[in-house]
Design a protein around this ligand. Structure first.
Ligand code: NAD
Ligand code: DAU
Length: 353
């Protein structure tokens, strides 16, 4: 029997590396091809534990390069695509909306078109799947009134990043309606865990506390996010890829809402304990700074559909997940130093050229 070949895009990034790890280890009967442009956010050190595995291949490629994407699809005849590659940081998207749109929108259309063409010219859409990994930010911003994002909530993106992800999702659905593509989409809340680039709140603040630097809290710190352990997200992606229904959307969330300031104070306490400092030491680093333009007030997910239809539940509790995350960064200070200095970007040339 021929092995299935699955393309995972953005697999050298934070969530993508966890998804690649799950698929390579759990499915020896799949060939996993990890496509990544290795931007500042992509780091092959994230995958050192699996890079020698027989069912794993890495390809350095930019999804905005249409010809290269088409050639890759012709070469590998993928059975499925799990698409995570993106410019993922809201603050960067505010500084460079066009760069963000090029990768998130045009890159997604390039992948959709290449998948459509190779599948239509080959043995059709039977047992094929294009899985778009999206975000809860496409739904906009909630009031602090107990309301939740449902799969039926209308899109209302408010940052260049979320507008680009919303646009990409619309193209994915358009390819289903127009070309009958077998697609599935998931919208997930904020992830935390190992290997996250220290521009995002939790790894940035762990790094700053370790270095004794200030903790820049945007605005009044009252914005709310729903935090999910990254491995729980990777497991949800596995379940949706295999059991989700074509054309459906699944919301994924941690059922775990925190005001930024409360979360930061908890993180400070954990760091004080781990670094052997008196409780209250790290909190003194908190500094309120100018708010992010258009800062969304609250995200919160209703995850009842994936729970009842596909049997997924978050397994990690926030308190243990946060401690494990802090432990990982403190035992991988060389990783943190490399990514903050840019040193990791030499790794590809050493290993693959
Ligand atoms: P990340 O920034 O850590 O990783 C993105 C990866 O994409 C990097 O490896 C980067 O090199 C690669 N990439 C960027 N531009 C590319 C291009 N033009 N061609 C090929 N590869 C390119 O991002 P992440 O936080 O792991 O997010 C992964 C996906 O999950 C994104 O689509 C994001 O929108 C979505 N998501 C993230 C979160 C979160 O909390 N981080 C939550 C929900 C959904
Ligand atoms: O909700 C899912 C989204 O979560 C993903 O789609 C995005 O890719 C991911 O980056 C994340 O977006 P956020 O903007 O919510 O994450 P970030 O870590 O940048 O910020 C979390 C909260 O903390 C947010 O309210 C802004 C605030 N913040 C962030 C940073 C980096 C600060 O107060 N200070 C900071 O320095």
């Amino acid at each position: 029997m021929n092995k299935k070949t699955i393309l995972i895009t953005g697999g050298a990034g934070f969530i993508g590396s966890h998804v690649v790890r799950v698929f390579v280890n759990k499915y020896p009967n799949y060939n996993i091809v990890n496509l990544d442009a290795l931007t500042y956010a992509g780091n092959l050190h994230n995958l050192e534990d699996i890079e020698g595995k027989e069912n794993y291949t890495f390809v350095k490629l930019d999804i905005t390069n249409r010809d290269a994407v088409n050639n890759l699809f012709k070469e590998h005849q993928f059975d499925g695509v799990i698409h995570l590659a993106a410019e993922s940081h809201v603050d960067r998207s505010i500084h460079d909306p066009i760069g963000c749109a090029e990768t998130n929108v045009i890159g997604t259309i390039n992948l959709l078109t290449a998948a459509r063409d190779t599948w239509r010219d080959g043995d059709g859409y039977q047992s094929k799947r294009f899985y778009q990994v999206s975000t809860d930010e496409v739904y906009g911003s909630l009031k602090n009134d107990g309301s939740l994002f449902m799969e039926t909530t209308a899109y209302d993106p408010r940052s260049p990043y979320s507008a680009s992800k919303a646009s990409a999702d619309h193209f994915v659905r358009a390819y289903q309606h127009t070309f009958n593509m077998p697609i599935v989409i998931s919208n997930c809340s904020n992830n935390y865990g190992s290997h996250q680039f220290p521009e995002k709140l939790i790894p940035l603040f762990i790094y700053n506390i370790y270095e004794g630097k200030k903790l820049p809290v945007y605005g009044n710190g009252k914005n709310i996010r729903d935090w999910l352990y990254v491995v729980d997200h990777a497991k949800a992606i596995d379940i949706i890829y295999h059991q989700g229904i074509n054309g459906e959307t699944y919301n994924i969330g941690g059922l775990n809402e925190w005001e930024n300031l409360d979360l930061i104070k908890l993180l400070c306490k954990v760091m004080d304990k781990k670094l052997g400092k008196a409780t209250g030491t790290s909190e003194q680093l908190i500094e309120f700074v100018k708010d992010r333009p258009g800062h969304d007030a609250r995200y919160a997910i209703d995850a009842s559909k994936i729970q009842s239809e596909l049997g997924w539940q978050p397994e990690q509790t926030f308190e243990t997940g946060l401690e494990e995350t802090v432990d990982w960064y403190l035992s991988n200070l060389d990783w943190l130093q490399q990514v903050t200095s840019g040193e990791y970007q030499k790794y590809y040339d050493k290993q693959y050229s």
